[in-house]
Design a protein around this ligand. Structure first.
Ligand code: AMP
Length: 226
């Protein structure tokens, strides 16, 4: 199966992480999540981790230059060059999107999926979200791990993310409106954007995304340019 170069946009709590894991398996491409990369760096106390910790804790955006450097390094690796990728949490600003365009030249992004979930719903989801501190698997107060807050996948400790406090959640959602919403317009004008309803079960949402991605592949293949 040919690879794909996909971006998933959507408010925090819209289900991007869950869908990106599934899409990366489905299309056999790496799942590149800047938030996961930064959390891993903070946990490992690397130099980059020390630089980004205060932004993550406060729900602030990491400065563009630093994010762009990390992503450029990752996209330069063999797997994403050959297969493509599904990008989760990047780009988040128009400046990051412009930098991404340059990194990929002469290739381009195939499709940008905006996973649409209303703000009131993501607020409730984020307040109850729990994640595995070791592998990042997602849970919630409604759907906890089977045994004692130990991850079903790897046995790691399942916790509330440090930036899932009410103050940090509100800050991240405000930043999404001010910084990332213009990006949605930008990709819309470039003809790359598809909005997908992010409500419903993970399977239902996945089906919707795969349908639009495959539809797009078919259109472009008919055009001879995919
Ligand atoms: P996420 O897991 O995508 O919600 O990201 C967690 C945190 O990592 C964000 O609140 C930011 O502090 C930082 N972060 C992740 N991706 C980016 C990005 N593309 N630009 C700036 N900051 C980012």
């Amino acid at each position: 199966m040919p690879g794909v170069r996909l971006i998933l946009l959507g408010r925090q709590g819209a289900g991007k992480g869950t869908q990106c894991v599934r899409l990366s398996r489905h299309y056999v491409v790496p799942h590149i999540a800047t938030g996961d990369m930064f959390r891993a760096a903070v946990k490992a106390r690397t130099a980059a981790g020390r630089r980004v910790k205060r932004y993550l804790d406060g729900g602030e955006l990491v400065p563009d230059d630093l994010v762009i450097e990390v992503v450029a390094e990752r996209l330069g690796q063999h797997d994403s060059k050959v297969r493509g990728f599904v990008l989760d949490g990047f780009p988040r600003t128009v400046r990051q999107a412009e930098a991404l365009e340059k990194m990929l030249e002469p290739d381009r992004i195939d499709l940008v999926v905006d996973l649409d979930v209303p703000k009131e719903i993501v607020l409730a989801r984020l307040a109850s979200r729990r994640v595995c501190s070791a592998c990042g698997a997602n849970y919630s107060l409604q759907v906890p791990p089977k045994v004692d807050w130990s991850c079903d996948v790897c046995g790691g400790e399942v916790i509330q993310r440090a930036d899932d406090t009410e103050v940090a959640i509100r800050r991240r959602l405000d930043l999404y409106d001010s910084e990332t919403a213009p990006l949605i317009r930008w990709y819309g004008e470039a003809g790359l954007l598809v909005t997908v309803d992010g409500q419903g079960s993970a399977d239902e949402v996945m089906d919707r995304i795969v349908r639009v991605v495959d539809g797009r592949r078919q259109d472009v293949a008919d055009d001879g340019s995919w």
